[in-house]
Design a protein around this ligand. Structure first.
Ligand SMILES: NC(=O)c1ccc[n+]([C@@H]2O[C@H](COP(=O)([O-])OP(=O)(O)OC[C@H]3O[C@@H](n4cnc5c(N)ncnc54)[C@H](O)[C@@H]3O)[C@@H](O)[C@H]2O)c1
Length: 420
């Protein structure tokens, strides 16, 4: 068995390393710089250490398509983003399918790991594989779908420790795909009844999370108006055995805030107009500007001038303890504050300065917590709960009448003026 992993990002690399401990595995990515770094033992996503990469003794890396032709199992884990109209952008997935189509041989299996809508593998990807390989689906080659559930920055729930859903284009292939994953996933697998079921299962896991967070975010909007502390309410309600422990916050990244649009796109295409899913999305997308306006109201109450006020935002990554800044909704807070005329500084020890400047219109990042000027800010917003921020005394950074707004409920209630 020879496995080719196509797309070596947050999902592809840990998986390639897990397979590369057992099987001959070749990791392919179009990003040559990434391949160079991985060959040197450096993973810029910080998911794997040099040591962990070394443990995958049967794993090699390439940016050349020719090198993956000898594989008989292809696993595709490329991004599945949305475009500016929030429609699925299948470009990377279809391009990766083209590449694999060119390399595909008789009897090979192509397994998709990227998050998609139900039907995408068989309706959108398979025709490309057929066209570029000249082979016939379910006769000459086969497909599988096995969605990824990893959580970037989480060193506990790593790829082999998360139960994995598998599926295949025929019952025999489903079993083969399941056996393959079972051989590296210690937490076990779940063989879904079809590829569509596996695709749907993944997209609803994240949609469910999005809707649950939207619900508590909406509670925060209501209780904010009533002067009730939402965290206190959630703590009280959480004493009931079946109350779900979701917390309000920004919903960013390229999974939870994106995947529901894959489902709603598919629903619209078959004539159903989703209501609950999209209204949840709207609530969550509005939270950044809500945080900014709540902070500004508090600043006014505390006698601060808004135009020209210095505001420090702690965190720019889309979630805590990881360097991923893609689709971070912290930028909504920054943009809204700038519209109020505030001078905004962003500090994040996890994020990369060049990536932040590139992704967010030249935004200049402060990396070092130690370089923050004590007592100099009119407001401080804790947007991301990196463990590293625990060393900060929020009140020491703001001026005497300065305001601290804690999006994540990271600091003690007594140290902050407002929170979601
Ligand atoms: N990051 C997560 O936590 C997570 C969790 C579960 C599922 N997913 C899903 O997994 C998929 C991959 O996500 P990710 O976070 O690993 O993305 P990523 O952006 O970290 O990595 C994708 C990699 O694919 C490469 N790539 C792009 N087009 C390619 C092509 N045509 N051929 C070869 N390589 C190509 C990129 O250079 C990049 O290195 C997405 O569908 C995502 O929704 C992500």
């Amino acid at each position: 068995m020879r496995i080719a992993l196509v797309g070596l990002g947050y999902v592809g690399l840990p998986l390639a390393a897990a397979f590369g401990k057992v099987y001959e595995t070749i990791g392919f990515d179009i990003n040559e710089a990434r391949i160079e770094e991985l060959r040197r033992g450096y993973d810029r996503t910080l998911e794997l250490t040099t040591e962990q990469l070394k443990e995958a003794t049967k794993l090699s890396f390439t940016a050349s398509l020719d090198d993956i032709r000898s594989a008989n199992i292809y696993i595709i884990s490329v991004p599945t983003p949305v475009d500016q109209h929030k429609n699925p952008d299948l470009t990377p997935l279809l391009k990766a399918s083209q590449s694999v189509g060119k390399a595909l041989g008789q009897g090979d299996i192509v397994i998709y790991e990227s998050t998609v809508y139900p039907g995408c593998t068989e309706e959108d990807c398979v025709p490309i594989l057929e066209r570029f390989s000249g082979l016939k689906f379910n006769v000459d080659f086969f497909c599988g779908y096995s969605p990824e559930r990893i959580n970037p920055g989480d060193k506990e729930h790593t790829v082999s420790k998360i139960r994995k859903v598998t599926s295949g284009s025929t019952p025999e292939i489903a079993q083969q795909v399941d056996d393959l994953y079972k051989s590296i996933i210690t937490a076990g697998t779940y063989k879904a009844s079809s590829i569509k079921v596996a695709e749907a299962a993944k997209v609803i896991e994240n949609s469910q999370r999005d809707i649950n967070i939207a619900f508590v975010n909406e509670l925060s909007l209501i209780f904010g108006k009533m002067g009730i502390d939402t965290s206190d309410v959630l703590e009280a309600a959480g004493t009931k055995w079946n109350f779900l422990p979701f917390r309000p916050g920004l919903v960013g990244g390229h999974c939870i805030g994106v995947d529901p649009y894959y489902l709603t796109y598919k629903a619209e295409s078959i004539g159903y107009h989703p209501q609950v899913i999209l209204s949840g999305r709207r609530v969550n997308d509005g939270m950044g500007s809500y945080v900014a306006s709540q902070t500004v109201k508090l600043m006014i109450k505390h006698g601060n001038r808004i135009d020209g006020a210095k505001v420090l935002v702690l965190g720019i990554t889309f979630k805590e303890n990881c360097p991923d800044i893609r689709n971070s909704r912290v930028i909504d807070i920054v943009d809204e504050l700038r519209e109020f005329g505030c001078a905004v500084e962003v500090c994040d020890p996890w994020a990369n300065e060049a990536e932040v400047a590139h992704e967010y219109n030249g935004l200049k990042l402060t990396k070092e917590i130690a370089s923050l000027k004590r007592g100099s800010y009119d407001a401080l917003i804790v947007a991301v709960s990196h463990k590293l921020f625990a060393e900060i005394k929020p009140r020491s950074l703001v001026s005497e009448n300065g305001v601290v707004f804690d999006v994540k409920g990271f600091f003690d209630k007594s140290e902050v003026d407002g929170r979601l």
